[in-house]
Ligand binder design. Structure first.
Ligand code: BMP
Length: 249
């Protein structure tokens, strides 16, 4: 089953477009693993996927650590996304893609900045051969992102165009599954949707804690919302996930 199908199925079953960013921190790895699993399990009826980041990978390690969380996600019929933000030369990107695929991740996030040749080519090659999805950063959610993602740049003789528009077109050309576009920038989401049509799923982080509005992002064209702190910092995380899901049904 492809990632695309897995997330669509989970989204339909749970009537949710929320990807949980499981970014808990804890000085005790044992407690971190336990808390992360408890949270994932409680929030699972209200989300369509889980995204793991460095908080868990660096603290728990992959084997006998993060792998058990990926396994739990699968037991709960949820796909797992590795937020690796791959941004290196080919052989290193290839190693990371293969390693995260071996752990069981269904999708991986990468940066388009390194380009295709000896950059993202091996990422797509390995991911495609293993049935994994690649999601590219097209416009990040933090205020500082604007400087470079909106930069006007020319390719060869062509006219100057914002860098993010070129990233969106590359994502389509390279047959990425999706694009990350910050919920903090609804006008950018609208433009990416216009450029990509239905060829990309748009994932929007930055809801709540970073000031983005869930409804506005979805109205502008996002398919999925990536949400961390608004859920896991709530007094009742499951309730917060349920409420957010119901608000944007
Ligand atoms: P929060 O909802 O707590 O702000 O978390 C957002 C999550 O999305 C974090 O895991 C962060 O790494 C990720 N993210 C983001 O915030 N903005 C981006 O542009 C890309 C991301 O991956």
């Amino acid at each position: 089953v492809s990632f695309e199908e897995r997330i669509r199925n989970a989204s339909q079953t749970n009537k949710s477009r929320i990807v949980l960013a499981l970014d808990l921190e804890d000085p005790s790895p044992e407690r971190l693993a336990r808390r992360s699993k408890e949270l994932l399990e409680k929030a699972s009826p209200f989300i369509c996927a889980v995204k793991l980041n460095r908080q868990l990978v660096l603290s728990l390690g992959l084997r006998n650590g993060v792998d058990s969380i990926v396994e739990l996600a699968h037991e709960l019929s949820l796909p797992a996304i590795m937020d690796a933000k791959l941004n290196d030369v080919g052989h290193t990107n290839e190693f990371m893609t293969r390693t995260y695929a071996d752990i069981g991740f269904d999708a991986i996030i990468a940066s388009p900045v390194v380009g295709w040749d000896d950059g993202l080519e091996p990422v797509f090659r390995v991911a495609n051969s293993r049935g994994k999805a690649v999601i590219l950063l097209v416009y990040m959610s933090n205020p500082g992102a604007e400087v470079f993602y909106s930069l006007m740049a020319t390719q060869g003789q062509g006219p100057a165009r914002p860098v993010f528009e070129q990233f969106a077109e590359l994502a389509v050309q390279w047959k990425a599954h999706g694009a990350i576009v910050g919920a903090t920038k609804p006008e950018v989401i609208r433009r990416v949707r216009q450029l990509a049509g239905d060829k990309l799923r748009i994932y929007s982080p930055g809801v709540g804690a970073q000031g983005g509005d869930a409804k506005r992002a979805l109205e502008a064209g996002s398919d999925y919302l990536i949400v961390g702190r608004s859920i896991y910092q709530a007094t009742n995380a499951a309730k917060a996930a349920e409420q957010l899901r119901n608000e944007v049904l």
